[in-house]
Write a protein that binds this ligand. Structure first.
Ligand code: ADP
Length: 218
């Protein structure tokens, strides 16, 4: 389904978010104070506009209150990022995601109601470290600090066994949501589905249970 997003600040982070959302077919309003940036993203957004997002009237005239999801990706100017987040939350925008520069920035935007706070360098560093130590983790999505969805490599150990035989939910407390076999995606596999080596298992669970499954089950 097509969704509407506004991205404020078109630096490396905001720019990548904007391009990716647009390429996925969503409607994206791209906003920056810098005209060059706005021109650069004209072809990678539905609308790109020069505006100062710390000015309430500018935000109003962009019709930003009609957006369900706004990403505040103002980099170094922490003050502008905080003020913009405050204005957006005052306008009752449901989802305001903010790129934080440091812990102080994080605390303040959290207090004023940011719905998700992102530390791209830190988060990517953690992710890369996970990939480095485990060849079994293909990718993961953090649902909350405690729960994640992981793509795990089906090893020799689990291949030729059915999901029921492996009894993953009872033994490890994790649930297989789907499997990828080459190009094919098997959604909600039945318990009698036989896992093949190199199948990718899409598993949801508590991080501790996922870790246990990865260490002991695979
Ligand atoms: P990154 O680290 O992701 O590259 P940058 O600090 O380089 O982030 O980019 C942030 C962007 O936010 C810049 O393009 C800047 O012009 C823009 N910006 C800064 N202040 C505002 C503001 N008040 N309203 C809109 N955009 C802003």
């Amino acid at each position: 389904m097509k969704k509407q997003f506004a991205v404020i600040g078109l630096g490396r982070f905001g720019g990548s978010v904007c391009k990716e959302l647009y390429n996925m077919g969503h409607e994206v309003l791209a906003v920056d104070t810098d005209e060059d940036k706005v021109n650069e993203y004209a072809n990678y957004s539905t609308h790109s506009v020069v505006a100062n997002s710390t000015d309430e009237n500018s935000l109003q005239s962009l019709g930003i209150r009609n957006f369900d999801h706004v990403i505040v990706a103002i980099g170094d100017n922490i003050q502008a990022s905080i003020l913009c987040t405050l204005l957006l939350k005052e306008m009752n925008i449901k989802q305001v995601w903010v790129k934080a520069q440091n812990e102080y920035h994080h605390k303040v935007v959290e207090k004023i109601g940011a719905d998700r706070i992102i530390h791209p360098e830190h988060d990517m560093g953690v992710r890369i470290a996970q990939y480095l130590v485990s060849e079994k983790i293909i990718d993961y999505i953090e649902l909350s600090p405690e729960y994640s969805i992981m793509e795990l490599m089906g090893t020799k150990k689990v291949s030729h066994h059915s999901i029921a035989e492996l009894d993953i939910r009872a033994k490890f407390g994790c649930t297989i949501l789907g499997m990828k076999r080459g190009e094919e995606v098997i959604m909600s596999p039945t318990p009698d589905e036989i896992i093949k080596e190199n199948d990718i298992l899409i598993v949801i669970g508590h991080n501790k249970d996922l870790k246990r499954f990865e260490d002991e089950g695979l």
